[in-house]
Design a protein around this ligand. Structure first.
Ligand SMILES: [Zn+2]
Length: 129
Protein backbone atom coordinates (compact mmCIF):
# COMPACT_ATOMS: atom_id res chain seq x y z
CA UNK A 1 0.00 0.00 0.00
CA UNK A 2 1.27 3.46 -0.85
CA UNK A 3 1.23 6.16 1.74
CA UNK A 4 0.47 9.16 -0.37
CA UNK A 5 -0.34 11.75 2.26
CA UNK A 6 2.46 13.24 4.22
CA UNK A 7 2.73 16.59 5.92
CA UNK A 8 5.72 18.03 7.69
CA UNK A 9 5.47 18.00 11.51
CA UNK A 10 5.35 21.77 11.79
CA UNK A 11 2.81 22.60 9.12
CA UNK A 12 -0.46 23.69 10.65
CA UNK A 13 -1.51 23.08 14.20
CA UNK A 14 -1.53 19.32 14.52
CA UNK A 15 0.58 19.37 17.68
CA UNK A 16 -2.34 18.43 19.90
CA UNK A 17 -3.11 15.40 17.74
CA UNK A 18 0.58 14.59 17.52
CA UNK A 19 0.95 14.31 21.29
CA UNK A 20 -2.27 12.30 21.49
CA UNK A 21 -0.90 9.82 18.96
CA UNK A 22 2.37 9.67 20.93
CA UNK A 23 0.60 8.59 24.09
CA UNK A 24 -1.60 6.24 22.07
CA UNK A 25 1.57 4.60 20.73
CA UNK A 26 2.84 4.14 24.29
CA UNK A 27 -0.39 2.37 25.18
CA UNK A 28 -0.19 0.20 22.04
CA UNK A 29 3.40 -0.68 22.90
CA UNK A 30 2.31 -1.84 26.34
CA UNK A 31 -0.54 -3.95 25.00
CA UNK A 32 1.49 -5.40 22.14
CA UNK A 33 4.29 -6.22 24.55
CA UNK A 34 1.89 -7.93 26.92
CA UNK A 35 0.65 -10.13 24.05
CA UNK A 36 4.15 -10.64 22.64
CA UNK A 37 2.96 -9.26 19.34
CA UNK A 38 5.47 -9.00 16.52
CA UNK A 39 3.46 -6.41 14.64
CA UNK A 40 0.15 -4.59 14.75
CA UNK A 41 -2.27 -4.90 11.81
CA UNK A 42 -5.10 -2.66 12.83
CA UNK A 43 -5.63 -0.01 15.45
CA UNK A 44 -9.25 0.71 16.33
CA UNK A 45 -9.76 4.06 18.02
CA UNK A 46 -13.04 5.45 19.30
CA UNK A 47 -13.11 9.18 18.80
CA UNK A 48 -15.76 11.23 20.55
CA UNK A 49 -17.49 13.94 18.59
CA UNK A 50 -16.77 16.38 21.43
CA UNK A 51 -13.24 15.20 22.20
CA UNK A 52 -11.75 18.21 20.44
CA UNK A 53 -9.69 16.04 18.12
CA UNK A 54 -9.50 16.60 14.39
CA UNK A 55 -9.82 13.17 12.77
CA UNK A 56 -7.77 14.17 9.71
CA UNK A 57 -4.96 15.66 11.78
CA UNK A 58 -5.05 12.63 14.04
CA UNK A 59 -4.69 10.31 11.07
CA UNK A 60 -1.86 12.42 9.65
CA UNK A 61 -0.04 12.36 12.98
CA UNK A 62 -0.50 8.60 13.17
CA UNK A 63 0.97 8.12 9.70
CA UNK A 64 3.90 10.33 10.65
CA UNK A 65 4.75 8.47 13.83
CA UNK A 66 3.97 4.90 12.84
CA UNK A 67 7.08 4.07 10.72
CA UNK A 68 9.19 4.03 13.89
CA UNK A 69 6.83 1.91 15.93
CA UNK A 70 5.38 -1.56 16.13
CA UNK A 71 2.49 -0.06 14.12
CA UNK A 72 4.65 0.47 11.04
CA UNK A 73 2.27 -1.59 8.88
CA UNK A 74 -0.90 -0.92 10.83
CA UNK A 75 -4.10 0.53 9.51
CA UNK A 76 -5.81 3.14 11.66
CA UNK A 77 -9.56 2.62 11.98
CA UNK A 78 -11.42 5.55 13.51
CA UNK A 79 -14.88 5.01 14.98
CA UNK A 80 -16.60 8.25 15.73
CA UNK A 81 -18.81 8.37 18.80
CA UNK A 82 -21.67 10.85 18.86
CA UNK A 83 -22.01 13.06 21.90
CA UNK A 84 -25.14 12.77 23.99
CA UNK A 85 -26.81 13.44 27.30
CA UNK A 86 -27.83 11.09 30.06
CA UNK A 87 -30.10 11.25 33.06
CA UNK A 88 -28.14 11.13 36.34
CA UNK A 89 -30.98 9.18 37.99
CA UNK A 90 -32.20 6.57 35.53
CA UNK A 91 -29.23 6.68 33.16
CA UNK A 92 -31.34 6.95 30.06
CA UNK A 93 -29.39 8.43 27.16
CA UNK A 94 -30.73 11.25 25.04
CA UNK A 95 -29.28 12.48 21.75
CA UNK A 96 -27.58 15.84 21.52
CA UNK A 97 -30.01 18.66 20.84
CA UNK A 98 -32.98 16.88 22.37
CA UNK A 99 -34.68 18.07 25.52
CA UNK A 100 -32.26 18.66 28.39
CA UNK A 101 -34.51 17.23 31.10
CA UNK A 102 -35.34 13.59 31.71
CA UNK A 103 -39.10 13.27 31.21
CA UNK A 104 -39.34 10.31 33.57
CA UNK A 105 -37.37 11.77 36.49
CA UNK A 106 -37.78 15.51 35.78
CA UNK A 107 -34.13 16.30 36.48
CA UNK A 108 -31.60 18.05 34.25
CA UNK A 109 -29.52 15.77 32.03
CA UNK A 110 -25.76 15.77 32.12
CA UNK A 111 -23.35 15.36 29.19
CA UNK A 112 -22.51 11.75 28.51
CA UNK A 113 -20.19 10.21 25.98
CA UNK A 114 -18.49 11.61 22.93
CA UNK A 115 -15.74 13.28 24.93
CA UNK A 116 -13.03 10.68 24.90
CA UNK A 117 -10.41 9.26 22.70
CA UNK A 118 -10.15 5.57 23.46
CA UNK A 119 -7.96 2.80 22.14
CA UNK A 120 -10.71 0.29 21.50
CA UNK A 121 -9.03 -2.72 19.98
CA UNK A 122 -5.78 -3.91 18.44
CA UNK A 123 -5.40 -6.54 15.77
CA UNK A 124 -1.96 -8.01 16.22
CA UNK A 125 0.33 -10.56 14.75
CA UNK A 126 1.47 -12.75 17.60
CA UNK A 127 4.50 -14.99 17.43
CA UNK A 128 3.52 -18.60 18.00
CA UNK A 129 5.76 -20.59 20.26
ZN1 LIG B 1 -34.32 9.76 34.29
Amino acid sequence: MLRSRYRAPNSGDGMHEYSLVSSLMDEIDRQAGAHRATSVQKVHVRLGEMAGVDADLFRTAFEMIQPHTICAEAELVLHSEPAGWACPLCGRRHPLGATLRCEACDVPLRPDGGRDLVLERLEMEVSHV
